[in-house]
Design a protein around this ligand. Structure first.
Ligand SMILES: Cc1ncc(COP(=O)(O)O)c(C=O)c1O
Length: 455
């Protein structure tokens, strides 16, 4: 995560004017400083660490402030605005629903909810069949964990409550809201144990060189875990802190292992889903289908929506009214979500992703080469790339140059969010999926120049 705050001191920076980028002020913009300072005063410190640019509006793969500056967006917010900023179709869907004067319908069905759920289920590979709409990614991953534990109780009793996840995995920031709550009826089903989370190494080939599935089994053994007490395994298809997809052989062995031990296989597709990797879902590169999928971010073009996708059996574990959420299937968000999926399909954005994937990958390679060894590892799949800065050819994170790259890229008209991942050393490159080759190459060249100048 961001390791420090960007200074709120306007700097003289070279002015930029290209087809896609304009930098015509000091950065940060002097007139924005008061506003940025007020946010720092009023919000928790955890909200700091954001690049000091006040977003005003977006258009396709560019983002602009109100002071005349425009950036090539390599952030998509945070892998959210996949179908592009300011999409007319999404603006229309939102405004039409608002004009219909329906912004909320919790506890009551709506037609738009049906239309969106129908669309979502139409893209699901069997045996995934049902969709449960929620609001945030964390809510979706917690829901998956809850379903896996409920399943464990059902098929194996209260000892079957262990969730296996992976080192460096990121599944959201809520802290098991249900366990923290104070309503005994919502917690007693856990019996006298709150269950356990056990981590195993993620087979990324960098921090974990041995990518064979034996490591999974060996680690559980070392940690004293009885495989039959595992109710679920949760993993991102590529870890949010980088862009290395789980090796297919590993995923297939994991699928088999879960079947053998009656454990629920959960994929967190909150970053990977909805075209980011060139397919609807990241797991479609792995030739496996999980039992539950957590989705969010790019599912609705920028509106706050998440979803759990799952099998009939798991999704029907709870009875009427027992698994709900106040903003579930908000009509305005549902309309935006439906429009977003229609745009992804209509414009063949997956084709664009697959066509541009080699350009991104080559760009990452060149940036890493230009770094003279400071980038210890890079990877990319589809339109997501990650550059990990590490110390002297080791795996030890080196956040300073990562942070410096972000700072200078923003000054030159390429929008990146603050570094993420292990020790805050990873710079992620994830433009909206509508980016064209010219814009992608231009942004990558800027990053290469900065790294070559020294960070
Ligand atoms: C892989 C992954 N899972 C879960 C989450 C949590 O989603 P949210 O921030 O919407 O709660 C994120 C967010 O960055 C993520 O990248």
């Amino acid at each position: 995560m961001a390791t420090k705050e960007f200074p709120l001191v306007p700097e003289d920076v070279p002015q930029v004017k290209t087809k896609y980028r304009t930098i015509c002020t000091k950065i940060p913009v002097p007139e924005s400083i008061e506003l940025l300072k007020r946010l720092r005063e009023l919000e928790p410190r955890s909200m700091g660490g954001q690049p000091p640019v006040i977003w005003h509006h977006g258009e396709g793969f560019t983002i602009s402030d109100a002071y005349g500056n425009t950036w090539i967006d390599f952030s998509s917010g945070v892998l959210v605005t996949s179908s592009g900023h300011g999409r007319e179709e999404i603006v229309k869907a939102i405004t039409d629903m608002a004009k219909q004067r329906l912004y909320h319908a919790y506890c009551f069905p709506t037609e738009i909810r049906l239309r969106w759920v129908e669309k979502l289920t139409s893209i699901l590979p069997a045996p995934l069949k049902r969709v449960f709409l929620l609001t945030t990614g964390s809510e979706a991953t917690e829901c998956c964990i809850k379903l896996a534990r409920t399943w464990g109780m059902k098929v194996g009793g209260k000892e079957k409550n262990i969730i296996v996840s992976f080192d460096n995995a990121f599944h959201g920031r809520t802290m098991g809201a249900q366990l923290a709550g104070g309503i005994p009826a919502l917690k007693n089903w856990l019996g006298d144990t709150n269950g356990k989370f056990v981590q195993v190494p993620f087979p990324d080939g960098f921090r974990q060189k041995d990518t064979s599935f034996e490591v999974f089994e060996k680690t559980l053994k070392e940690k004293g875990v009885n495989p039959d007490n595992v109710c679920g395994v949760i993993s991102e298809t590529f870890q949010g802190c980088n862009a290395t997809i789980m090796p297919p052989e590993y995923a297939q062995a994991l699928r088999k292992w879960c079947d053998e031990h009656k454990a629920v296989l959960i994929f967190d597709e909150i970053q990977a889903g909805f075209g980011r990797t060139g397919k609807w879902f990241g797991f479609q590169h792995l030739d496996v289908v999980p039992d539950l999928v957590a989705c969010g971010k790019g599912i609705a073009g920028g509106m706050p929506v998440s979803a759990v996708l799952g099998t009939e059996e798991l999704m029907n574990l709870y009875g009427p009214g027992e698994m709900t959420s106040t903003h579930s299937a908000n009509p305005v968000c549902s309309a935006a979500g439906l429009a977003n999926l229609e745009v992804l399909e209509k414009e063949n954005l997956f084709d664009n992703v697959n066509r541009l994937a080699p350009v991104l990958s080559e760009g990452c390679r060149r940036i890493a080469e230009a770094s003279g060894g400071k980038i210890g590892h890079w990877d990319s799949i589809g339109l997501v790339g990650a550059l990990q800065f590490t110390k002297n050819g080791t795996t030890e994170p080196d956040p300073e140059p990562a942070w410096e790259l972000v700072r200078r890229a923003v000054q030159r008209g390429v929008m990146l969010f603050a570094p993420v991942g292990v020790g805050g050393c990873a710079v992620k490159i994830n433009p909206p999926l509508v980016i064209n080759e010219e814009g992608l190459r231009e942004g990558l060249e800027v990053l290469e120049q900065i790294v070559a100048e020294g960070v």
